[in-house]
Design a protein around this ligand. Structure first.
Ligand SMILES: [Zn+2]
Length: 318
């Protein structure tokens, strides 16, 4: 079903190079829910810049696979050539960030020497675009914004066909392990207060674990009518883009107001100030995500196997 949707998305995506000026190259990408303004800074060869614009249309469409449209109607995307390989080794997109200063802007630092196929396999742009599904969350609750984006980067790459479902679960599991082993003495809120440099993996992956637990509970309790996709769809309709900064509890209380029975604040109360790492092993077991020697297998007949398939296929409602 998601493949049919991708075909539709590709059909409606059009981009027009509005100015072929040397510096920078500008283009627009029309995707469901948004007209994205793309700016490719120089020096990047024209041919590679055109390939990068094409890739950005695809990567932004990945995020439309959460609830059928891009979350920010007129975001700007700035592509910046970077020779700073120390940021990300040989990665085609070593670094990205979202800034919100009156408009929503995504900066992607790219290594234009890498082949374009590597850009399609890279998760950085999908992660950054996923941030736009939430408003700006205050730094002391940064595990929510980084965690939700880390969860979605994996399931959206699977929905778009860039990862197999097993690969997505393998990457999620590997992330949960990095988070579990990182700063176990800290709670997610304490890790966020310590900062990204001191507790990166704890911040990213404790938040991703809580996103997964919320998604499972919403889907299971509603028989598939609700999900994290549905909650974020409703959040976008009511409240995004938002110019203010949100605290974690304010955001979670708002999300709870958009679903049948509160899920988010109960998870916040359970985990946000608790040291250690959310125990996601029972949830993975029920999903049929089985781990042996750090290698993931997915079981077709597990208790929540259907729910698991919907997470990586998407569009339970569509
Ligand atoms: Zn991020």
């Amino acid at each position: 079903m998601y493949k049919a949707l991708i075909v539709v998305l590709i059909a409606v995506v059009t981009a027009a190079v509005s100015a072929a000026s040397r510096n920078p190259l500008r283009a627009e990408a029309h995707i469901p829910g948004a007209t994205l303004r793309i700016e490719v800074q120089q020096p990047i060869a024209d041919e590679k810049a055109a390939e990068i614009i094409e890739w950005l249309r695809s990567a932004s469409s990945n995020v439309s696979l959460a609830y059928g449209r891009f979350p920010s109607p007129s975001a700007r995307i700035i592509v910046i050539p970077s020779g700073r390989r120390s940021w990300g080794g040989d990665s085609p997109v070593p670094f990205g960030r979202v800034t919100r200063d009156g408009e929503e802007k995504i900066e992607l630092f790219v290594n234009p020497d890498r082949p374009i196929q590597e850009f399609y396999a890279d998760w950085t742009a999908t992660h950054e675009f996923s941030h736009l599904m939430l408003p700006y969350v205050r730094p002391r609750h940064k595990w929510i914004s980084e965690g939700f984006a880390s969860y979605y980067q994996n399931i959206l790459m699977a929905r778009a066909g860039h990862y197999t479902a097993r690969e997505a679960w393998q990457k999620l599991y590997a992330g949960f392990e990095r988070g579990r082993l990182s700063r176990p003495e800290l709670s997610p809120n304490e890790a966020a207060a310590a900062g990204i440099r001191k507790a990166r993996m704890k911040i990213y992956w404790s938040g991703a674990a809580i996103a997964l637990l919320a998604d499972i509970e919403l889907r299971e309790r509603s028989g598939g009518r609700e999900s994290l996709d549905v909650a974020l769809d409703r959040l976008q309709r009511c409240c995004l883009p938002s110019k203010r900064s949100w605290s974690g509890p304010t955001l979670f209380a708002k999300l709870d107001s958009l679903v049948d029975i509160p899920v988010f604040m109960p998870l916040y109360r359970q985990y946000a100030d608790a040291a250690g790492f959310p125990d996601i092993r029972p949830a993975l077991q029920r999903l049929g995500v089985i781990i042996e020697n750090n290698s993931v297998s997915v079981m077709p007949h597990a208790e929540l196997a259907d729910l698991r398939v919907k997470i990586t296929d998407g569009h339970a409602r569509l």
